[in-house]
Design a protein around this ligand. Structure first.
Ligand SMILES: O=C([O-])CC(=O)C(=O)O
Ligand SMILES: [Mg+2]
Length: 388
């Protein structure tokens, strides 16, 4: 068998929302199809992937470097021992030939996007859900298709007052979520506290709020916010400072006793390891949000999980950024703590297969071959249009 083509298309996921650092008025992503010559039900098996919000499409890098490297490889060199399926680790190694270490930039997004499509193809060729394949190969053998999900939103938006924010959060709770997340750091501390309190008022028993500063704060502001936030029972305080400022994170952890979360903008095992080594993150309460779709894919994420284990961290402390089905499959297969979800944003890429509902803050994944994109009609129709 072999990969016969890798198609890429850059698609808009723009909206008028704003976090403390960027607006999404020009946001795009790359949609990728990895076409194989394996025939199932009379049609070639095609794996699909895309990158998460926040880092834009990567068509240039994919076309200039990663696609030609894979297509120019000896097809046999990309296969597993059976010779009947791809080995994602070998495809990854091929993509990364002649790439120096360090300085991960956004090539990690291009590679992560293709890697997602490769795993989708591999699980489809094996004719099983990716979560099942992952549990068998790298986990304890038995997946848990019931996964915790939380609703991310609460963005700054023109004309959106406290009422609008509350209505948004109420609608997530009505849809079955138990944890909701909102942005902070794009207004004054006093205004943000007012916004937070207006959401806390609508939460019932067992429901919690997380807040996300998107890396906006210097140390002084991070600590000022930390002191103010300490009065609230928050699910977590996310990305207070620059994602690469490990000392800031460690200093914050000395004064902020509640749970902290970070990691969505760390794009390699080595960066994640620096956070664990130097960021003062606490394995008994903090959360790690590394997102494979932005950080060299699942091949690299497996290295990150191994690293975490070495440092005494459970995979259950990981709740990835990005709201995509790839991380849902990893969560179900390898016991992550859950996954992000954006109920009203970045469609059709985020979300769940049709008919999957959130109950008590959890979804139960259907047993679809691959990542499960075929179960989401609006998404799979875009994907099929790309590959044809
Ligand atoms: O607003 C964004 O860039 C997305 C984000 O931080 C998140 O989902 O945690
Ligand atoms: Mg975030």
């Amino acid at each position: 068998m072999k990969i016969v083509d890798i198609a890429e298309s850059t698609r808009p996921i723009k909206s008028d929302i704003r976090n403390a650092y960027i607006d999404f008025s020009k946001m795009t992503l790359s949609l990728v199809a990895v076409v194989t010559d394996v025939i199932r039900d009379g049609k070639p098996v095609i794996g699909y992937g895309f990158n998460s919000n926040g880092r834009y499409g990567q068509g240039g890098l994919i076309r200039d470097r990663f696609r030609p490297r894979v297509l120019e490889a000896d097809p046999a060199s990309l296969l597993d021992d059976s010779g009947e399926n791809l080995d994602p680790h070998k495809v990854w190694g091929r993509m990364m030939i002649n790439e120096k270490p360090g300085g991960h930039g956004e090539r990690s997004v291009a590679v992560g996007t293709i890697d997602m499509a490769v795993w989708d193809a591999v699980a489809k060729i094996a004719n099983k859900p990716l979560y099942q394949l992952l549990a068998e190969r790298y986990g304890n053998g038995t997946p848990n298709p019931r996964v915790f999900v939380y609703a991310a939103g609460g963005y700054y938006y023109p004309g959106k007052g406290l009422d609008g924010l509350r209505k948004e959060m109420e609608s997530y709770l009505e849809r079955g979520y138990s944890v909701v997340k909102m942005k902070i750091g794009g207004a004054s501390l006093a205004d943000d506290c007012e916004r937070i309190e207006s959401v806390l008022q609508i939460l019932g028993p067992g429901q919690q709020l997380a807040v996300d500063a998107n890396g906006r704060f210097d140390l002084k502001t991070a600590i000022e916010y930390g002191k103010a936030l300490s009065q609230y029972p928050l699910f977590w305080y996310e990305e207070a400072g620059d994602p690469l400022d490990y000392e800031l994170q460690a200093e914050l952890g000395k004064v902020y006793a509640g749970p902290m979360a970070t990691g969505e903008n760390l794009f390699s095992m080595q960066d994640a390891r620096n956070l664990i080594r130097h960021g003062g993150m606490r394995p008994d309460r903090d959360w790690l949000q590394f997102d494979c779709a932005l950080s060299y894919g699942l091949v690299e994420y497996l290295r990150t999980l191994d690293m975490l284990k070495e440092y005494g961290w459970s995979p259950s402390r990981c709740i990835p950024h990005g709201g995509h089905q790839m991380s849902l499959a990893i969560a179900a297969g390898l016991g992550l703590g859950g996954n992000e979800s954006y109920p009203d944003l970045f469609q059709p890429y985020g979300g769940f297969p049709d008919g999957v509902t959130v109950e008590k803050g959890h979804v139960t994944l259907p047993a679809l071959p691959g990542i499960g994109f075929e179960g989401k009609s609006d998404l799979i129709s875009e994907m099929r249009a790309l590959a044809s």
